[in-house]
Design a protein around this ligand. Structure first.
Ligand SMILES: *Cc1c(COP(=O)(O)O)cnc(C)c1O
Length: 383
């Protein structure tokens, strides 16, 4: 047997083996399992983006190695969109980097700034990549809780002083996966102040900023002086149903981006330029975005109203396509997910999979047609 490197062995265990096994068993029994586990948009990429891609494919200059930081025209399109959407000024030369999906940038950032044993502040519950990327870089993740009582916003007073002193990076993510919470400007202001005081980097993951149903979520870069300490990750994946295309961007503090880019130039060779050209079209024209939002909104209404009628305490999210709700009294999140799969044939993600503070909750991803959502809600209501 090949021995894994210690950094690989330090990655958290895969928690869902039992659920996966049960799902396979159910499918083999002929059960019509509804999988609400995966946060991957089911709708196709808007056709005007596909048309832009087709045209770009024909250009031989795009068939060669791309530039590391992205095409100038792509970086300019990102800056244009940031100005229009957030009223944030970005220098396309130094304050924008193209990514092969935002996950790629998130995973590479700690390699640029983390020494063995450095602390990285990681939201819990949270997207698992913040933790794994920290561990792979030799850092020590410190999980700060996102509690329901504080609206799933970070309670910075609860982070011990000695941890703050050792922290080099803080990951944030609003609108939040899995809780779907949105940040306020006051929260971001407080965190930027804290980062300046303790000299750590803020890496804000804004992958869901365009999937909203109330006030448009803000960028952390709207906070004055945020650019001194922060970068923001963005992606076209969720906004335009482009998860398979692999394109995102990191924007903000140029020194932080320089570090990230140094890592990237040694590992990857940039984003296929035809994809960048399609992304320019998407950012400039925002095709079908209203339709995409309305579709998720309708699905949320179906799911939430049905569960509420059955006496399950669930609130409609203001953003994202996730519904995060408390499991009934007497269950752990894993037990409830097991029961939902066993008795209702509905696969939910147990909150514990997003960190220990996710215990007591489950997440349902609404990436399927209305009829399936309704069917899933009806089955869950009958539990
Ligand atoms: C989906 C997701 C991403 C990654 O998206 P990419 O496809 O890599 O751009 C990043 N952060 C969160 C919280 C996500 O849910």
């Amino acid at each position: 047997m090949l021995e894994w490197a210690s950094r690989l062995k330090k990655l958290p265990p895969y928690l869902f083996a039992e659920l996966d096994e049960k799902k396979e068993k159910k499918l083999a029994e002929g059960v019509d399992v509804i999988d609400m586990g995966v946060g991957d948009p089911d709708m196709p990429t808007p056709s005007p983006i596909i048309e832009a891609m087709k045209k770009a494919l024909e250009k031989p200059e795009h068939h060669r190695y791309p530039t590391y930081n992205g095409m100038k025209s792509f970086r300019e399109a990102v800056a244009r969109w940031y100005k229009k959407r957030f009223n944030v000024e970005l220098d396309p030369e130094t304050e924008v980097v193209a990514l092969i999906g935002s996950k790629e940038g998130i995973a590479h950032l700690p390699l640029a700034f983390i020494e063995e044993g450095d602390v990285v502040l990681v939201p819990d519950p949270g997207y698992p990549v913040y933790h794994s990327a920290t561990v792979l870089a030799g850092g020590e993740p410190y999980h700060f809780p996102l509690r329901e009582e504080t609206g799933f916003l970070p309670d910075v007073e609860a982070i011990p002083e000695d941890i703050l002193k050792k922290a080099k990076i803080m990951f944030l993510n609003y609108p939040n996966n899995p809780t779907s919470a949105c940040a306020t400007k006051e929260t971001f202001e407080k965190l930027v102040k804290l980062a300046k005081e303790y000299k750590f980097i803020i890496a804000h993951d804004a992958a869901y900023s365009e999937i909203y149903y109330e006030d448009p979520p803000i960028s952390i870069l709207e906070v004055p002086e945020a650019k001194d300490v922060a970068i923001e990750f963005h992606s076209l994946s969720k906004t335009f149903n482009m998860t398979g295309w692999r394109i995102g961007m990191a924007v903000g503090n140029s020194e932080i981006l320089k570090g990230l880019l140094k890592v990237k130039t040694n590992i990857d060779s940039g984003v296929f330029q035809a994809v960048q050209e399609a992304a320019i079209f998407a950012l400039d024209n925002q095709p079908e975005i209203e339709n995409i939002r309305n579709t998720y909104k309708r699905r949320i209404d179906i799911f939430v109203s049905r569960l509420k009628k059955a006496g399950i305490n669930v609130n409609p999210p203001k953003a994202t396509f996730y519904v995060w709700f408390k499991v009934p009294e007497g269950y752990t999140s894993m037990e409830f997910a097991n029961t939902a799969l066993e008795k209702a044939g509905v696969l939910l993600t147990p909150g514990i999979g997003f960190g220990k503070y996710g215990e007591g909750f489950v997440r349902a991803a609404l990436c399927m047609p209305d009829e399936r959502i309704e069917e899933a809600a009806n089955r869950l209501a009958g539990l």
